[in-house]
Design a protein around this ligand. Structure first.
Ligand code: EPU
Length: 425
């Protein structure tokens, strides 16, 4: 198992390009199962989660191929096997987003319940409620969701829950509704850019979707979808992570392939605490010449502050001037990074879903343990700012969402080595 050994502090400078969005690519790849004929997906990142999704699509009868230019071709060849088993869905929860497409196209789907993960319980009750509203019959068998339907029927579907809407639940219902008979209105739909990207892909295949990016999405069902070409949007969370890298290292980074309109809340916070964020050469330049200020931050569904940047901002605010407050309103237990950041000297006090951060002048390098994808990113960022050596163990978590992170940060002046953990212990 690999670890990252980070020699800090580093002051990052230079230009970095953001990859296509993992969380757009995963449901879009699943949606390719709805199509007749091949789809060509451009800018899908090279990540562990994408490989896991490829494995799942192949199990479900699709042939996938990476072309020399990086584009991914997906063609369904055989629709007999509709079972997404535990071994595959367990590796990556986003496997659940094959449920809607497989059910709508094949009339049946058997998908393992994903179970919880390091960031919380992660129920899927709203996904199932939405699919039932479209006419699916669903029961549980041996830990699998077994869903059947004749042709689904358009309906009014409400996807609100205690923590807002659901991103992958919206993806499932949206995909299912494209081939349903009649009109579906999804109320309290997720407004995340990844859902709008999915809808754009579905429309390019012949679906009739309007309202994507808003809480009310309307779908006029069609009889058939045809494979098409689509370019994945830039990864806003990767871009936000790079912005924090510039700020936490008091550096200056030009970030290319970024959609600032997808990052309004994060940019607003960065500016509020004193970072410079300016459009530059078609991308954005982020710099933080001085010590940043403390702030109050609450995660919310899009366009609010994203939960997927909460851990990275906690690392940043650990060295801000003053006391900050972070409240997590999407995944109230998404705080495994708190104890690890504390090992680097961060002064953090958790009360339920809120963490109070007493800003320190410096962090001090130490061995820490990565627990989930974004927590790992936060630890790497903290390691860039800390004095001395920070070793982030179990770094496979970060490889699920960030391609070659150490090479890309090293190109900006960081000193990060990837080592086999056995060498470290
Ligand atoms: N929820 C329910 N019932 C459901 C579904 C969700 O109560 O049926 C709750 C969840 O427990 C949570 C909230 O609703 O409190 C939002 O969860 P959501 O369903 O939106 O999360 P998700 O679709 O499973 C995606 C991303 C996550 C990201 C969340 C929130 C992908 C592959 N995953 O998960 O990304 O944190 O939306 O924005 O798109 C990551 O990339 O590190 C990551 C965890």
């Amino acid at each position: 198992m690999d670890s990252l050994v980070i020699e800090g502090p580093a002051r990052l400078r230079g230009t970095i390009r953001v990859n296509g969005a993992k969380n757009a690519a995963l449901p879009i790849m699943a949606a390719a199962l709805l199509a007749e004929g091949p789809s060509l997906i451009r800018d899908a990142p090279n990540l562990q989660d994408i490989s896991s999704q490829i494995e799942l699509l192949e199990k479900l009868g699709a042939r996938t191929q990476r072309r020399p230019d990086g584009a991914m071709e997906i063609t369904v060849q055989d629709e007999n096997d509709s079972h997404a088993p535990y071994e595959l869905v367990r590796k990556m929860r986003a496997g659940i987003c094959v449920l809607g497409p497989v059910l709508a196209k094949r009339g049946r789907a058997r998908v393992s319940m994903p179970g919880g993960c390091a960031i919380g319980d992660r129920p899927i009750d709203i996904h199932l409620r939405g699919l039932r509203a479209l006419g699916a019959t669903i029961h549980l068998d041996g830990g699998d969701i077994v869903a059947t339907a004749g042709r689904l029927r358009g309906a009014e579907v409400f996807l609100g829950g205690n923590f807002g809407s659901t991103v992958l639940g919206t993806a499932n219902v949206l995909c299912a509704a494209t081939l349903a008979h009649g009109k579906t209105t999804i109320e309290c739909a997720a407004c995340e850019p990844e859902i709008a990207d999915l809808a754009d892909y579905l429309n390019a295949m012949g679906a009739r979707i309007t309202g994507q990016g808003t809480p009310r999405i309307t779908v006029e069902g069609v009889d058939k979808l045809t494979g098409c070409e689509h370019r994945i949007i830039p990864d806003r969370i990767e871009a936000g992570t790079f912005m924090v890298a510039a700020a936490i290292s008091h550096g200056q980074i030009e970030i290319q392939n970024v959609r600032l309109d997808h990052l309004l809340a994060a940019v607003d916070k960065l500016r509020a605490i004193g970072a410079i964020v300016e459009p530059s050469n078609g991308g954005v330049m982020v710099a933080a010449p001085r010590r940043l200020l403390a702030t109050i931050l609450t995660t919310q569904p899009h366009p609010g502050f994203p939960t997927d940047l909460q851990a990275q901002f906690m690392a940043l605010l650990s060295i801000a001037n003053g006391n900050s407050i972070i409240t997590e309103k999407i995944f109230p237990d998404r705080f495994l990074h708190v104890a690890e950041l504390a090992r680097l000297g961060a002064r953090l006090h958790r009360e339920g879903a809120t963490v109070i951060i007493e800003g320190e002048r410096t962090l001090i390098g130490a061995p820490v343990m990565a627990s989930d994808l974004r927590a790992s990113a936060a630890l790497v960022l903290a390691g860039l700012a800390a004095d001395g050596i920070t070793t982030v163990n179990r770094v496979y978590h970060i490889d699920r969402g960030y391609e070659k992170i150490e090479e890309r940060f090293n190109a900006l002046g960081a000193k990060i080595r990837r080592v086999d953990q056995t060498q470290v212990e």
